[in-house]
Design a protein around this ligand. Structure first.
Ligand code: EPZ
Length: 424
């Protein structure tokens, strides 16, 4: 297995190109199931989760082809030859976001089987809200032998759905199901993440009238089974990748410029970095961070967009180990998203956990050692800590990192980090 070997960095300098958003790409790839034409997608990130979903669609009979270039990449997905409707365990177990094919396949074919995704490292992560909403739309759902068996004998019908909790992929799944349904569907308590917004915008431009985009109440006017004509589009930049590199600049006290980043998607993250002492120069598609010499402590509570994102919690926890004073970080979305804490403690961080609240006493002197990645964002937190730890840090099990970060070590090498990908 690969691992990353990272030496303590002097300051970093230069530019980092931000890739397309993984969490926008996944629903947008699933959305191609609703199209009658071959859909061209630009700016997909070159990460494992995208390859997994493209492989799943190919297994179902779709034709997928990708041209990965340095400057630009383009992927085409043609689902006109899609004949299978069963997403099997071998793929779904590696990526729970495979659940995103449930809504579109059910809407298009009237039946679908998807392996239950099961829990994951950060939490139990049920899909009950997805299933309850589809049942409200007329689906008959049975769960047996670890599979979701869904049929819609009379097609899906628009209705009024109120989500008990805000769910990102739940909202995406139901928006896509509603796109081909008969009649109008309203979703109240909908997720407002930029990734959901882009999905709605593209559907809206493809003949599915959607009102309330960017708000918590979406109204989707279904096409009653008529497939969509979807024009070529480009995936929005990855706000979590961008936030991660901003933390890399802040923790190493380096001035970096992110190219292709959208600051409008990073309001809560930029605000917290400013609280900790950083300043920014922002243009339409770049963010330059001017870090402070002294990192101030911070209080963070993770919540749904536009509040502070749970996907940035681990990275800020690593940054907080270098802040003067005591930082408090509360994780409200997932029940087990502090697995990076024990690895950071082994590097010398002074962190105590009480339920879903981490108290970080800074500033800690970190020492390089062998550490183990446990989930996608925990991996990036360990890389950030390694950049300021004395000596050498080996980060193992970086297959977690490869799920969501496109060419991380190359991007950091290009701004002066001493980071190498080696093989165990
Ligand atoms: C999406 O996961 C993201 N993944 C996650 O990013 C992100 O952490 C999460 O949203 C929250 O922002 C993708 O977009 C592919 P949820 P998702 O449904 O949709 C509970 C990363 O690092 N819930 O919004 O699975 C759930 O347990 C990944 O890129 C139910 O109870 O998250 C959680 O507590 C990690 N029942 C809360 O809602 C349901 O049916 C939010 O989950 C669905 C969710």
């Amino acid at each position: 297995m690969d691992y990353l070997q990272i030496k303590k960095a002097d300051s970093l300098h230069g530019n980092i190109k931000i890739s397309g958003a993984k969490n926008a790409s996944l629903p947008l790839i699933a959305m191609t199931i609703l199209a009658k034409n071959c859909v061209s997608i630009k700016n997909l990130p070159h990460v494992a989760d995208i390859n997994t979903l493209l492989k799943l669609l190919s297994n179902l009979g779709a034709k997928c082809s990708s041209l990965w270039g340095d400057e630009e990449n383009i992927t085409t997905v043609d689902t006109s030859s899609l004949t299978q409707t069963k997403a099997t365990y071998d793929i779904v177990k590696t990526m729970r976001a495979s659940i995103l094919v449930l809504g579109p396949i059910l809407a298009r074919f009237g039946h679908c089987e998807v392996s239950l995704p099961g829990g994951c490292a950060i939490g139990q992560r049920p899909v009950d809200l997805h299933l309850k909403a589809l049942e409200q739309m007329g689906a008959v759902i049975n769960i047996e032998a670890g599979y979701i068996h869904a049929i819609a004998p009379n097609g899906l019908k628009g209705c009024n759905i109120i989500f008990d909790k805000i769910t990102v992929t739940g909202t995406a799944n139901i928006v896509m199901a509603a796109a081909l349904a008969e009649g109008v569907t309203t979703i109240t308590n909908a997720a407002r993440e930029p990734e959901v917004v882009q999905l709605c915008q593209i559907l809206n431009e493809s003949g599915v009238k959607i009102e309330g985009i960017e708000t918590a109440v979406l109204t989707i006017h279904g096409t009653n089974g008529k497939l969509l004509e979807i024009d070529e589009f480009s995936v929005i930049p990855d706000r979590i990748e961008a936030g991660t590199y901003l933390c890399a600049a802040a923790i190493t006290k380096s001035e970096l410029t992110l190219n292709g980043a959208n600051a409008k998607h990073l309001g809560a993250v930029l605000s917290k970095l400013e609280e900790m002492g950083s300043r920014f120069t922002i243009t339409e598609n770049t963010i330059t961070i001017h870090p402070s010499d002294v990192i101030k402590h911070v209080k963070i509570v993770t919540q749904e967009y536009p509040a502070f994102p749970t996907d940035m919690q681990a990275q800020f926890l690593a940054l907080a180990t270098q802040a003067e004073g005591t930082s408090i970080i509360e994780e409200r979305l997932f029940e087990n998203r502090f697995m990076h804490v024990s690895e950071l403690q082994r590097m010398g961080a002074d962190i105590s956990l009480n339920g879903n609240v981490a108290t970080v006493n800074g500033k800690s002197k970190l020492s390089g050692t062998d550490v183990m990645a446990t989930d996608l964002r925990a991996s990036s937190a360990l890389v950030l800590a390694a950049l300021v730890a004395d000596g050498i840090t080996d980060v193992h099990r970086i297959y977690h990192l490869d799920r969501g970060y496109d060419s991380l070590e190359k991007k950091l090498q290009n701004v002066g980090a001493d980071i190498k990908r080696l093989r165990e």
